[in-house]
Design a protein around this ligand. Structure first.
Ligand code: SF4
Length: 330
């Protein structure tokens, strides 16, 4: 990557959801806790972690599909949300720049609309291609860009396979010529045989259009191939962030080491010989997260300070960040 300009920066970003518990006390699901990171223009930042760790919530909060609870979001040098300065920019102009591809393509496409109408709706909202001829041309071009036939514009989502539906979702996101796309587990619901086709297509589109991606997945082996850098989340907190190769070759956080130990190796002999780190217990509830380091209930290196103080994400090497009180032991 030649240019190292930051496209998106977040500082102390939190997202809590209020929940009804039946008692008078208000309870919150603490889905994202103090996220601090940035995304370079033109890069793919992978985001991994177990289901329920807050990856999707973080992705949606970044583009303000969910309104943040507090913190700061800066897009291309301009604060679009700042809880301290009470800034909450209107998002319509930013929706053209920031798009999302959803995990479940069938649920994200309106079954009553044709593919042409679904893609055309995005063009109409932003008043792109006001003439009918231009609009139809644009829809046809977008369909071929994602590997579909132009006649597919007249069909309904249920007439497509999962992979084709996801291509429609990608065409809809591309319709407005975005700069930044949150790819929210875009291949998890697809057959293994077509996952790589969709990943390759996303990589080609990134090169052609200079796109920046936040690529969310629960499987680190998927994101390591597509991402320039990878962030690891555990129970709403970013615990490690580094360049992909560095993170996979030299992980420093105990949780990242656990995730990597579960990735199958191509060589079965090496795979059998490698020690698999198994975590005890389940991921705690985000409604009642552990005090201090949220990983302390499952971490083999936890000490008293881990139960009391939440570790900060600090630079432990060039561009390598981790949040742990005992990196020297882990
Ligand atoms: Fe484990 Fe403590 Fe580090 Fe958390 S801070 S990962 S509990 S050693």
């Amino acid at each position: 990557m030649s240019e190292q300009k930051k496209l998106l920066e977040v500082e102390n970003l939190k997202k809590y959801f209020a929940v009804k518990t039946g008692s008078f006390k208000k309870n919150y699901v603490q889905a994202v806790e103090s996220a601090n990171f940035f995304i370079y223009k033109g890069e793919t930042l992978g985001l991994v972690g177990e289901s329920g760790c807050g990856k999707t919530t973080l992705g949606r909060t970044l583009i303000r599909l969910y309104e943040p609870t507090s913190g700061k979001i800066i897009y291309d040098g301009k604060p679009i949300y700042d809880s301290e300065k009470k800034i909450a920019e209107k998002m319509l102009p930013y929706r053209r720049k920031m798009q999302i591809i959803f995990q479940d393509p069938s649920a994200s496409l309106d079954p009553r609309m044709t593919v042409g109408e679904i893609i055309g709706e995005a063009l109409d909202i932003h008043n792109i291609c006001p003439s009918k001829a231009e609009r139809n041309d644009r829809i046809r071009n977008l369909l071929s860009q994602v590997g579909l036939n132009t006649e597919h514009a007249n069909r309904f989502p249920h007439e497509f396979s999962g992979g084709q539906q996801q291509r429609v979702g990608i065409a809809r996101a591309l319709a407005v010529n975005p700069e930044f796309i949150v790819c929210d587990e875009p291949i998890s619901a697809l057959d293994v045989s077509i996952q790589s086709q969709v990943v390759n297509m996303l990589e080609d589109l990134q090169e052609e259009m200079g796109l920046t991606y936040l690529f969310i997945a629960h499987d680190i082996s998927v994101v390591r191939h597509i991402s320039n850098r990878i962030g690891v989340m555990y129970l709403g907190c970013m615990v490690e962030l580094a360049e992909s190769y560095e993170l996979c070759a030299h992980p420093v956080h105990p949780y990242t080491k656990t995730l990597l130990s579960a990735v199958p190796l191509p060589d079965p002999v090496k795979s059998r010989a490698r020690e698999r780190i198994l975590l005890e217990g389940d991921i705690p509830s985000p409604m009642n997260p552990p005090s201090g380091c949220r990983f302390h209930t499952r971490c083999p290196y936890a000490t008293e300070i881990c139960k009391q103080e939440m570790p900060k994400l600090e630079e432990v090497g060039p561009g390598h960040y981790a949040a742990c009180h005992h990196l020297e032991q882990a």
